[in-house]
Design a protein around this ligand. Structure first.
Ligand code: UD1
Length: 359
């Protein structure tokens, strides 16, 4: 049995980490193929090191470009690689261009595709990731959903239930393993931060950062907050802020502190100790939920409605007044004991066993 796992971005490394570890323990021949979509040290290599993952056996070095260029290059290079590799199945995690390229290349070669985090839907077709999710799910053979909601989304779209397996969320598995590291506050001390008095901000969605008006409005709201804001900035956002000549203004703003992208453990510590998280990331909405930090989502929609229904997350969109109001509300709310819809922490292991049985 020989399996390929195609990834290329920071969140995909996190979603795959325990799956890779379990496969190694089980002596399964798993080859990790990195597309090269993310290439900065702190966006990719740092995560392999921190999560003790072996280096990918292949890096396709596709780099940046338009979505068509990026995905096209991935497909061309992946096909060559998969032809040589003689694989039985291809695993793709999440909803990125790397996952889409992996799925499309594999089905075109009649290879079965296993999708980790299947069925997530924001029902916002303007999001590139939403298009990717639907396409990946509809060409996958094994669909591993993180929640009941996701399973229902797939059934509504006519995907046969035999293909779906409600394994739980692999990001939750990984987070559960970090208990001790989470209690460590070295990174807070290093950054001279006190718990529960700052907001933790990340922003990178194309709809938010590539549209100058949206980016200006969001940043205007952030600068007007009465909180100190810790902003771990994504390379894409940093580039766009420089382009619209807002970067220096934010850097000089008294209540905002810009940081380079943080590692996995440090990010979790920053989330756990924040008064409130402000983000447009899918993964961080879930991590805030698990760590009981209230979250304000800087989007009109979310694929993690469970967190909104359980009142741990609020959709603020991108209008300044709504962001300020949602932040005021969430910063003063406490998340009590709520059910966890994301599985029992053994998703990665269940996925591996199901793939073994299938192959
Ligand atoms: C991608 C995913 C998104 C995921 C996010 C996590 C898609 C469509 N989007 O968005 O779902 O949540 O990763 O970060 O796949 N750049 C660098 N260094 C890097 C990587 C990117 O400077 O290591 C810059 C490049 O200029 C690049 C831009 O950031 O053009 C955007 O990167 P891209 O891979 O297109 O998408 P992300 O915004 O990272």
């Amino acid at each position: 049995m020989k399996i390929a796992l195609v990834l290329g971005t920071r969140p995909q490394i996190i979603k795959s980490a325990l799956f890779i570890h379990s496969a190694k323990k089980d002596q399964i021949n798993l080859e990790v193929i990195h597309t090269g979509q993310h290439y900065d040290y702190e966006m990719t290599k740092a995560f392999f090191e921190e999560l003790n993952l072996p280096d990918p056996l292949a890096n396709l070095n596709v780099g940046s470009g338009t979505h068509a260029q990026q995905t096209g290059r991935m497909i061309l290079r992946l096909e060559k690689h998969l032809v040589k590799g003689n694989f039985d199945l291809v695993v793709v995690p999440g909803d990125t261009n790397s996952a889409l390229a992996g799925a499309l290349t594999a089905v075109a070669m009649d290879l079965p595709v296993a999708h980790i985090e299947a069925g997530a839907r924001s029902y916002d077709w303007h999001m590139k990731e939403e298009v990717n999710r639907v396409l990946i799910d509809h060409c996958s053979t094994l669909l591993f959903t993180p929640t009941r909601h996701c399973t229902q989304n797939l059934l509504k779209e006519g995907i046969p239930k035999e293909k779906i397996s409600e394994a739980g969320d692999t990001m939750y598995d990984l987070l559960l393993k970090q208990r001790e590291k989470l209690l460590d506050t070295t990174s807070l001390v290093k950054l001279n931060l006190k718990p529960k008095i700052y907001a933790f901000l990340t922003l990178h969605r194309r709809e938010n950062v590539d549209v100058p008006d949206n980016l200006r409005t969001i940043m205007g709201a952030i600068m007007a907050l009465k909180f100190s804001v810790v902003f771990a900035i994504h390379p894409r956002t940093s580039m766009q802020l420089k382009k619209i000549k807002l970067y220096n203004k934010i850097k000089d703003q008294e209540n905002v502190r810009i940081l380079t992208p943080r590692g996995y453990h440090e990010t979790l510590q920053l989330i756990r100790n924040a008064r409130v998280v402000l983000t447009d990331s899918g993964g961080m909405q879930k991590e805030a939920f698990w760590l009981k930090t209230p979250c304000v989502t800087l989007r009109e929609s979310t694929e993690w409605m469970e967190t909104v229904e359980l009142k741990a997350n609020r959709l603020a969109g991108t209008k300044a007044e709504a962001i300020l109001e949602a932040t005021r509300m969430m910063a003063n709310c406490k998340i009590g004991e709520v059910p966890n819809p994301f599985g029992d922490g053994n998703a990665s292991e269940k996925i591996l066993q199901a793939i073994k049985n299938y192959v």
